[in-house]
Design a binder for this molecule. Sequence first.
Ligand code: ADP
Ligand code: MG
Length: 704
Amino acid sequence: MVIKALAPTKSALPFDWFSPIHMLKGVGAKIAEKLEKLQIFSMGDLLLHCPFRYENRTQLTPISYLIPEQFAVVQGKIIDVKIVKARKKRCLITIVDKTGALQLLFFHFHAKQQEIWKVDMILRCFGQIKAGTRGLQIVHPEMEIIDKNQPMPSHLTPVYPTVAGLSQFWLRRTIYSLLDQYTERFKGQEDIFANQLSTLRPMLPWIESLNVIHRPLPEVDQEALIQRTHPAFSRLISEELICHHLSLQKIRQQAKARQATSLNVDESLLDAFLKNLPFALTSAQQHVWQDIRRDVALITPMLRLIQGDVGCGKTVVAALAAVAALSAGKQVAIMAPTEILAEQHYHQFNQWFLSLNFRCEFLSSKLKAKAKRNALENITLGLANIVIGTQALFQDDVQFNALGLIIIDEQHRFGVHQRLSLQIKGTTSLNPTCPHQLIMTATPIPRTLAMSHYAHLDISVIDGLPPGRQTITTLTIPQSRRDEIIERMNAVCERGQQVYWVCTLIEESDVLQCQAAEVAAQELQALVSHRVGLVHGRMETSEKESIMQAFYAGEISILVATTVIEVGVNVPNATLMVIENPERLGLAQLHQLRGRVGRGSEQSFCVLLYSAPLSEMAQSRLKIMRETADGFVIAEADLALRGPGEVLGVRQTGALQFKVADLVRDEEIVRAIPSWADKISHLSVPLLERMIQRWGFGGEYGQA
Ligand code: ADP
Ligand code: MG
C-alpha cells in the first residue's frame, strides 16, 4: 500500500495580504524561490508587483489580415500537429480560421505539450507574425487553449518583470485571481488615505488603482502608466513613501522616548582639547558643534547626522562630541566600517586624548584572543574611555560600563537596525540611560535621499572645507599611456610626496581584486626605486596596520590598495592618486577615493586610468568627475545614474529597494512627503500600522 505524505493544505481563499506566498495554490518550493527573487514574499506582494508595459490583445485579427512583423492575437482551430525532424526536432501546429491558415512553430517543447495539443482544439495565440517559407507563422507564440465562446479580454494585457522559469501567463493568471478576490472583498470601501490627500494630489482609490495597474482599459493613457505618473501609480507611490517616512518617524519617536544622560561640557577640558589642535575650527565646524552641544545637553538622546563633503573635517567634530561625553564621565564608542579606518581613528583619538588623560581602546574581530580579552575587560570596567572599532562593537561579548555617546563614521554601510542595536546595547542595568548617537556620512547625500532615508535623524551640514585646500586636478587617461603615469608617479616620489595606486573590483570578486593589487604592486616595484606597499582586504590586521603605519610615516612612498582605503584615510603628504579602471566604480565612491589626496598644501592630482573603449555612459560619468569637485553635485549625478543603493553603498543588500517608488523619478512626491505625512498622521493607529506593514517596513517599525 502506498501512503501519500500529507501535503499541507493550501487555501486559495480567503485572500490575506500577509499570507506567505507558499500558501497559495500552485506555489511549491520552486515557484516560491523564483518569486522571492522578485521580492515577492506574500500574497499582497504579488498585487504590488507592477507591470512594466502592456499589450493590446483585446482584438482578434483574422488570419488573412495578418501583416508580417506586426504583433497580433489570432484564434483558430488546430488542423494539424506534427514533429518535423530538421537538424533539431521542432513542432509545427497549423491552425485555421474562416479566412486562412497560420503555422505555429516551436523549437523547444516537451513531449507532454505535444500530447496536449490535439486536432480540433481552439487556440488563441499572440506573437509576432513572420513570413515563413510556407506562409505566415508565429514562432513560440504565447497561447491558450480556449473554449470557442470565450470572450476577448476587455483590458490591456500586462507584461511583468519576471525571472527564468516564471511565465507571464502564470503571473497574469495568479495576479488576476488574487485581484478578483481582493476587489470583491473590499470594493465600495472608502479609501481614507486617498481622501485625505485628495486636495494635494489627484489619486485614484486604492482598489481602483490596483485594477488600473494590472488590467487597464484599452483607452487608458499607457504612457503615463509606463512612466508611472498615472494617478493610479501616484496612489501607490505616495502611500509607499509616506509609510516609509512614518516607519522612520516611529523609530525616532521610540528612540527619543528613552531617557539619556544630559552631557554638560567641561569648559576647561574643551579649552585644553582645542588648544592642542594644530588648527582653528572653521565656522561650519563650529555651527555643527553647537548643534551637537545643544542636543547632548538634553535628557532625550541625540539622533544627529553630520553631512559634509570628503575632507571637510568631520572627525574633529566627532571628537568635540566625545569631549562632552568625557566631561560627564561617560564612555564613547566610535564605530567605523573598515579596520583601516578604525585604526586611523584610534591613532587620531589617542593623539588627541591621551595627553588629556583619557584612554582609548581598539576593538576588532581580528584581534588576538588575549588582546581582545584585555580590551573587553577595560571596556566593562570603564577603564577605556573611548572605544574605537569596527562592527565588532555590536557583538554580545562587548559590555560597556557607562556608554554615553555612540559615534558612527561613514554610517551608510550600517542599517537602521544595526545602529539601533548598538544604542539598545548601550542601555544596560548598570547604565540605564540611552546613549546619544552621532552619525557621520562618507559622502554628501542628495536631498531626496536624505529626506527619504534619514527622516528619523536631525541633520547638520558642514558646508565648507578647511582653508588652504588645493583643488585636485582630475585627469582621465587610457591604460595605453600607463608608462607616462608611472613616470609621473616617480617624479612625485622624487619630490618626497606620496602616491595611492588603487585597484578596483574585478567582477564582484574580492579574491581577484586582491590578486590584481598584488600584481600591480609587483609591477610597480620593479619599475621604481621608491618603496611600494600593498594593502588589501584579505590581509591580516597586523600586516595591514604595519603597512599603513609605514605609509603614514612616509617610509612607503607608493601605497597599492584595493578600495579598502576608500573611506577616511588621511595622509596629507599624498598628492597623487591613480585609480585603475575607474569606470567600474560609482561616482560617489570615486569621489571618496579622490578625497584621499588634496589634504595638504601641495597641488594634488587624481588620474583615472581607464580601459578603452569606454561606453558613452562611462564617458559621461568620468567627465563629471573631471569637471566637478563638489560632492553634492556628484552625489546627485550618481543618484540619477546608478540609483540610491549605489550612493548609499548598500546596493548588494537590496535594503533600499522600494516596491513602486523611485527617488529620482518621484522626486516631486518625495519632497512633499513630510507635509503629506502630517496630513494622515492622525488616522487610526491600526490602519497606519497595516499600511506600513504592507509595504514591508514593519520590521523597522516593530523592532525599534
Ligand atoms: P572627513 O570629513 O572626510 O572625515 P577629516 O576629519 O579626516 O575629514 O579631516 C580631513 C583633514 O582636515 C584632516 O587632516 C584634519 O586634520 C584637517 N582639518 C579638519 N578641520 C580642520 C580645520 N578647521 N582647519 C584645518 N584643517 C582641518
Ligand atoms: Mg572621515
